[in-house]
Design a protein around this ligand. Structure first.
Ligand code: ADP
Length: 502
């Protein structure tokens, strides 16, 4: 049982006292006894009782029905009428104040108990309903979409603020009008007018239509691109009680989507330009070494030929070297091109130990000139890797040339290059270690970026190309500092065994 704070309005003192006692026995508390309508309105305002028991006939100018109307209008306090008169006219007038019950005098205690309990329960459930409605109104007011509720005949029942602004129709004016006259939708492309969603729902017997993009023709004649969605309101018996139309302004979203598309295409264009720039830089970087060698050998040829008795044998050897270097330059260009397409140019089986040895012999002259001692610690046998020979040679060559350059400064006392190959867990690790200037900890990753260089004439492409080559072969390339000086560049590649190879 609910225990309530009750105001009793009854001008017969004896009856009032009797009611008060009965209410106390039921566990309620009487917060006031009033004999007049005016006083009852005042006490209800100041004390906010949970319930008012109101006699219809009262002393003074204001009767119980008028007092009840005022209390109901200002405070949501449930009223139960007490009356000795149940004639039609009185009941009709009293009904207009939406009372929560009647008690016909004289009444028994159990009867009063039931009517009061019913009134309190009904009031509690009304309060919940009102709270639900407030929540729902607050939600509709706060969302950014337009919302229009239509009744079971497709007429506008409710519009939120956004719907008012977008359509140009104040809700009060739109109420009761067919949806189509408030929300005129046309096909975005053909401009034909579209059947409004409320009519569509009613015609199809409650099927919610799929969302659509349309042009909303506003009251002032402007057009807004909107996305419309619709839900059906079903009543207790499963019939269509109405429809909810929700629509969002797509103008801004479309503008953003277009800007995004534009940005993406700009980016792709920049990407292509950058790739071309990187490609050009890569070609310049990789071809400069063989070109220099060709130039040197061509000079040697000229020297021999300009002698009165040219040494044809030496000249032929120089020309051989020119041919070899020119071929290598051609191979390098082809492999860079393949790299840009992200495919190994000419996959095959490569013996990594042999590759290291070949590469070191290619740069023998440079090593000698730079006074670098070379140490190798290679695996026994032939560790096979599946990949592109030219690209892999380019990789080792880049790392070795970098090592030589790192040791070229006059401050470097010991110039030692150590190349190792080790196998572990199906992988081969190739280490190229130098005793040069070393790489600072914070730049261990940056150095692999394209165009990053600390050298006055550097292109900053070697490591970026090298990493691409390793990754294309399913491996990893990393750098680490070496103590007391120098650095270790190491790449790991998957080891494979070619058919028929040892
Ligand atoms: P570049 O040689 O044209 O500068 P790289 O991409 O080959 O381009 O190298 C980028 C940078 O990485 C170099 O400028 C250098 O600062 C650093 N670096 C590369 N290898 C070494 C090394 N063995 N020792 C120290 N620093 C190195």
């Amino acid at each position: 049982m609910i225990s309530a704070r009750i105001l009793v309005v009854e001008d017969d003192r004896i009856v009032a006292r009797d009611i008060q006692q009965q209410l106390s026995r039921m566990g309620h508390s009487v917060i006031g006894l009033s004999a007049s309508g005016e006083e009852a309105v005042r006490i209800a305002g100041s004390q906010q009782p949970d319930l008012v028991l109101m006699d219809i006939r009262l002393e003074g100018a204001m009767d119980g029905i008028e007092a009840a109307r005022r209390i109901r209008d200002h405070h949501h306090i449930p009223i139960v009428f007490l009356t000795a008169y149940a004639n039609d006219e009185t009941v009709q007038r009293a009904s207009l104040t939406e009372p929560f019950g009647y008690l016909l005098k004289p009444f028994e205690e159990p009867q009063m108990r039931t009517v009061i309990q019913m009134a309190l329960y009904k009031h509690a459930s009304d309060a919940r309903l009102r709270m639900g409605e407030r929540r729902y109104a607050a939600t509709l007011a706060s969302i950014r979409d337009g919302v229009i509720l239509c009744d079971d005949r497709g007429r506008v029942d409710f519009m939120n603020r956004v719907a008012e602004t977008m359509t140009g129709w104040p809700a009060a004016e739109a109420a009761g009008k067919p949806l189509a006259s408030v929300f005129a939708a046309t096909d975005e492309e053909t401009r034909e007018s579209l059947e409004d969603f409320a009519s569509l729902v009613l015609r199809t017997g409650g099927l919610a239509p799929p969302e659509r993009l349309s042009k909303l023709l506003t009251r002032s004649g402007a057009e807004i691109l909107v996305e419309e969605r619709c839900s059906v309101i079903i009543d207790d018996r499963g019939g269509v009680a109405g429809a909810v139309l929700v629509f969002s302004d797509m103008t801004q979203r479309r503008r953003i989507a277009e800007a995004l598309r534009q940005a993406q295409s700009d980016l792709a264009h920049i990407g292509r330009l950058t790739l071309m720039g990187e490609l050009a830089a890569a070609v310049a970087h990789e071809v400069s070494q063989p070109l220099m060698a060709i130039l040197t050998n061509a000079g040697t040829c000229l020297q021999h030929l300009s002698k009165p008795q040219p040494d044809l044998e030496k000249t032929r050897k120089a020309v051989d070297r020119i041919v070899r270097d020119a071929q290598r330059a051609g191979d390098v260009i082809r492999s860079i091109h393949a790299l840009a397409r992200r495919t190994p140019a000419d996959p095959g089986w490569v013996d990594i130990n042999a590759l290291v040895a070949d590469t070191l012999s290619l740069v023998r002259a440079e090593l000698r000139r730079a006074r670098v001692t070379v140490e190798t610690d290679l695996l026994k046998g032939s560790p096979w890797v599946h990949g592109d020979r030219v690209q892999l040679q380019q990789l080792v060559l880049n790392l070795v040339m970098n090592a030589i350059e790192a040791m070229s400064g006059p401050e470097i006392r010991e110039r030692r290059l150590r190349v190792t190959t080790r196998a572990r867990e199906g992988q081969i690790r190739v280490g190229i270690e130098d005793s040069g200037v070393g790489v600072v900890d914070t730049e261990l990753e940056t150095i692999f970026g394209a165009l990053f260089t600390t050298k006055p004439n550097g292109l900053g492409m070697g490591l970026s190309i090298s990493r691409s080559i390793v990754e294309l072969h399913g491996g990893r390339l990393t750098a680490a500092p070496r103590l007391p000086c120098g650095s270790l560049f190491e790449f790991v590649l998957p080891l494979t065994t070619p058919d028929g190879a040892a």
